[in-house]
Design a protein around this ligand. Structure first.
Ligand SMILES: Cc1cc2nc3c(=O)[nH]c(=O)nc-3n(C[C@H](O)[C@H](O)[C@H](O)COP(=O)(O)OP(=O)(O)OC[C@H]3O[C@@H](n4cnc5c(N)ncnc54)[C@H](O)[C@@H]3O)c2cc1C
Length: 339
């Protein structure tokens, strides 16, 4: 059995990594477990042939001073860059404002790799249950490996976190449970197209049309992260929902039909294509708080309680900024709770 941790964090996305850093900065011993092969979650960058494409978050904005302070350090370290101050909606009319949109220089997953440095992280460790053990918790992954901790942090999309809670027969505080269960997510289909030919995207190589079937189209080569012309296409929530049960080839045909008129008569051909399905892409009704820290009575009969922390983009205003702030503030709060 592994050594006792102050906290085991389920999920190495932005919120989990940020909470891990906040806790370790406060002197806590932390282990992060993620079911995927590498950290990042929805900060995802995929290789297609010799090129690379961001498949999850495309860029981020900054409004909170604490997030701005972190982004300033990432800028200084050369991890992120200002990509644009707005996007065209396809009309070729400039829609710029005063707000920088940032992206990571080597693809958004590079930001996760940077934040993961120095942390104890186990990949391909899908947590199946947590059980109360004495004054703490025993976390078990799907291979049967066990990890002991004083506290458990859930940073996955809330329905995935609640599945672990239910499989573990944990009685959450009813009000906390109801608040979490009320959070709904939008699904998102993403097409990655390696394209030969001229793709008519306005500067800086991206188009945002929230109400169109293809709501986001970006050229990863012009973004500076791909050697080849790899286009990321996000489908709107409604379009994703309508196409979800189709095969990849069928989805691709629908994308091609919607894309053709946008190409302005340019000659282009698809060399390679992949479809990525995000079941939980964005929370539709995030909670207005930064995190949810709840207590569960331990099994020793002493009447003491043990903490469970829920963080992620379901809090703090959602998106990249919300995930960061939720992890930061939830991690700090848990650190204080653990003493
Ligand atoms: C297509 C798409 C486009 C987006 N575009 C933008 C954008 O342009 N700007 C923006 O600000 N935001 C955008 N977002 C949202 C942004 O990516 C997220 O808000 C943010 O990355 C969420 O981070 P998180 O840590 O909360 O969750 P996640 O990144 O989802 O991390 C959760 C982690 O938990 C792991 N996990 C789940 N279950 C288990 C388990 N049982 N055991 C172990 N590990 C588990 C997962 O593997 C994952 O790594 C986009 C999202 C998507 C999907």
């Amino acid at each position: 059995m592994a050594k006792i941790n102050d906290a085991v964090i389920i999920g190495a996305g932005l919120s989990g990594l940020t909470a891990a850093r906040a806790l370790t900065d406060g002197g806590k011993r932390v282990l992060v477990l993620d079911k995927a092969t590498r950290p990042g979650g929805r900060l995802a960058t995929r290789k297609v042939g010799t090129g690379k494409a961001d498949t999850g978050a495309q860029f981020f904005t900054v409004s909170d001073p604490e997030f701005k302070a972190a982004v300033d350090t990432w800028l200084e370290a050369g991890i992120v860059f200002e990509w644009s101050r707005g996007w065209s909606d396809g009309s070729l009319v400039e829609t710029r404002d005063s707000f920088p949109r940032y992206a990571a220089k080597d693809g958004m997953n590079a930001l996760a790799s940077y934040l993961a440095e120095g942390l104890e992280i186990r990949s391909q460790a899908e947590v199946s249950t947590i059980q109360r053990l004495g004054d703490g918790w025993m976390v078990t992954d799907s291979f049967g490996a066990m990890y002991e901790a004083s506290a458990v942090v859930f940073s996955a999309p809330i329905p995935q976190s609640l599945r672990i809670i239910d499989a573990s027969n944990i009685d959450l505080d009813p009000q906390a449970r109801a608040q979490l269960a009320a959070i709904r997510y939008e699904s998102c289909l993403v097409a990655l197209l390696e394209v030969d030919g001229d793709v008519a995207l306005p500067a800086p190589g991206a188009m945002q049309r929230p109400h169109a079937n293809l709501s986001w189209i970006a050229d990863n080569r012009r973004k500076g992260i791909s050697q080849t012309r790899l286009i990321t296409i996000q489908m709107s929530g409604n379009f994703s929902h309508a196409l979800w049960s189709l095969t990849d080839a069928e989805i691709l045909n629908k994308v091609r039909v919607d894309l053709e008129p946008l190409m302005g008569g340019n000659t282009w051909a698809i060399i390679d294509a992949q479809i990525k399905r995000w079941r939980y892409s964005r929370p539709l009704n995030p909670m207005s708080v930064d995190y949810l820290l709840t207590e569960v009575t331990n099994v020793s009969g002493s009447g003491e309680t043990r903490p469970l922390l829920f963080i992620g983009d379901a809090f703090s205003g959602s998106k990249v900024e919300g995930a960061f702030l939720s992890g930061l503030r939830g991690g700090r709060s848990l650190g204080q709770r653990l003493g």
